[in-house]
Design a protein around this ligand. Structure first.
Ligand SMILES: Nc1ncnc2c1ncn2[C@@H]1O[C@H](COP(=O)(O)OP(=O)(O)OP(=O)(O)O)[C@@H](O)[C@H]1O
Length: 469
């Protein structure tokens, strides 16, 4: 079995008291922190830091030869990117204030209760993770490489905004923080989740759960599992999908529809990193990265009181919004080609020719169902095609109404201070605009105008005659 180390960086425990190092290591390991290193000779610290990727230091204040104070000074000057928590046997306010002023993250008395100690360590790990991610993000964005890496090769796009999304996702790929993916239905959120899982380089599985419509009991049972006898019919213990995703990614789709009771459980899972299988009073630790997606506006759901504010804020740390296809219409031709090839392969046909005017015609269609709608249309037309060229019947059916639809949605406004154009003038303006958009292709322009091609040709002739008079 693969052992996954958590956190990604080393936690270095420094104390001359070996018994304290041992008991602290045990406590941390029990909490799931297994990327640990101990050091009982302060003179070795500099050597360790130069060879290991240390992110958090738990430092004893009173030690012989080199004091904790001295080491703290060295860390803040030489390694300000490493988070340091001071441990001390003495509860001295002055010393605590002094250490925090010098840059320590926290000052903890060794005899403090365990919960307080663990809480501080958890906060420090969180802060360190975010600062590492910010650093990676900055480097990635500044490198400004517009290509997409192999992780995103299944996502067809030529759009710059999508490339920025990939760069962002790659930089936070190995983060343990949750990721929120938003965007209209069919824009490719699930594909993005799959690519992000690949970019995380986690060896575990990507486990997908659609949480829409799951009542709270089913949600808990599906995710957390149950112990034997937890409820009628639970005749044996069953682990949940959180466990199955260990070392990998748990992808919760349609998170905007999660029931209020399940929202509380998800928040606890993300905040505490723990969950209880149904019927068990022994918490388990989540060892998966969580990705959630929704086509809903979570900010709006939150302001309507349908989505918990604390959960919303917890999920927002890392987020990407995938633009709808109509806002990146340059992606329509390559997607058309891609879906045609995949469909042909699946249906055992040789790749088909795409009619020349089809891509540009489709670029005028708003695609309310986004890439999923385009995919379905292409599959439909590939299955209808008899010859070598892709049949356009399924496309013609949706494109027929394009001009009428757009006209109905957008309000045409005229300035109040100017006289209205006459119907003849308006129709002339429309014809000119359609010919411009269609690159003077009459059959395309006639479709935009909702008239036949001979009717358009006649109008154009009349307009020419009228204008030459
Ligand atoms: N850029 C793309 N490249 C290739 N295929 C894509 C792309 N975008 C979407 N698809 C395909 O379109 C279909 C819908 O994508 P997906 O299921 O990822 O959308 P979604 O945003 O998760 O939708 P929903 O909100 O309804 O769950 C899938 O078959 C997917 O493979």
């Amino acid at each position: 079995m693969n052992t996954r180390f958590y956190p990604q960086f080393k936690i270095l425990l420094i104390d001359d008291e070996v018994s304290f190092l041992r008991s602290m290591s045990l406590t941390l390991e029990r909490q799931g922190y297994n990327n640990l290193m101990t050091c009982s000779s302060p003179q070795d610290v500099k050597n360790i830091v130069s060879t290991e990727q240390v992110g958090l230091v738990l430092l004893d204040l009173t030690m012989p030869i080199i004091s904790g104070q001295e080491l703290l000074n060295w860390f803040t000057e030489e390694h300000p990117d490493i988070t340091v928590i001071i441990f001390s046997g003495l509860n001295q306010i002055d010393a605590a204030v002094d250490c925090v002023k010098k840059g320590a993250f926290d000052y903890i008395v060794k005899t403090a209760d365990q919960e307080q100690i663990l809480e501080s360590i958890k906060r420090a790990i969180n802060t360190q993770e975010l600062s590492l991610e910010n650093h990676a993000l900055r480097t990635q964005l500044l490198s400004n490489t517009a290509q997409k890496s192999d992780y995103f090769s299944s996502i067809i796009t030529v759009n710059n905004q999508m490339y920025s999304v990939f760069r962002y996702l790659e930089s936070i790929g190995q983060s343990n923080q949750p990721l929120l993916i938003t965007g209209e239905s069919g824009v490719g959120k699930e594909l993005i989740a799959q690519a992000t899982h690949a970019a995380s380089k986690r060896s575990g599985e990507l486990v997908t759960v659609n949480v829409a419509g799951l009542d709270d009991n089913i949600f808990s049972d599906t995710l957390f599992g149950h112990s034997k006898g937890a409820f009628t019919g639970a005749d044996k213990q069953r682990s949940g999908l959180v466990e199955r995703a260990s070392g990998g990614t748990l992808f919760l789709d349609e998170i905007g529809d999660l029931s209020p009771a399940s929202q509380i459980k998800l928040l606890r899972l993300l905040q505490e990193g723990e969950y209880y299988p149904i019927g068990s009073d022994r918490p388990k630790r989540i060892e998966a990265r969580v990705i959630v997606a929704t086509h809903q506006d979570l900010a709006e759901r939150q302001s309507e009181g349908k989505f918990r504010k604390d959960l919303f804020y917890r999920l927002r740390t890392h987020r990407v919004d995938i633009p709808p296809l109509r806002e990146r219409s340059e992606d329509i031709p390559p997607l058309l080609n891609h879906f045609m090839r995949v469909a042909c392969e699946e249906m055992g046909k040789a790749p088909l020719k795409i009619p020349k005017s089809l891509p540009s015609r489709l670029m005028h269609y708003p695609f309310p169902g986004n890439a999923r709608e385009l995919r379905a249309l292409v599959y439909d037309s590939v299955s209808q095609t008899q010859g070598e060229t892709l049949a356009t019947t399924p496309f013609d059916a949706i494109l027929e109404n394009v001009s009428i639809q757009n006209f109905g949605e957008e309000k045409v406004k005229f300035s109040e201070n100017q006289p209205l154009p006459t119907l003849n003038q308006l129709s002339e303006m429309l014809v000119n605009e359609a010919m411009l958009r269609a690159d003077r292709n009459q059959s395309l322009a006639s479709q935009m105008l909702g008239i036949s091609q001979p009717a358009l040709s006649k109008r154009l002739k009349n307009m020419k005659e009228a204008n030459s008079e």
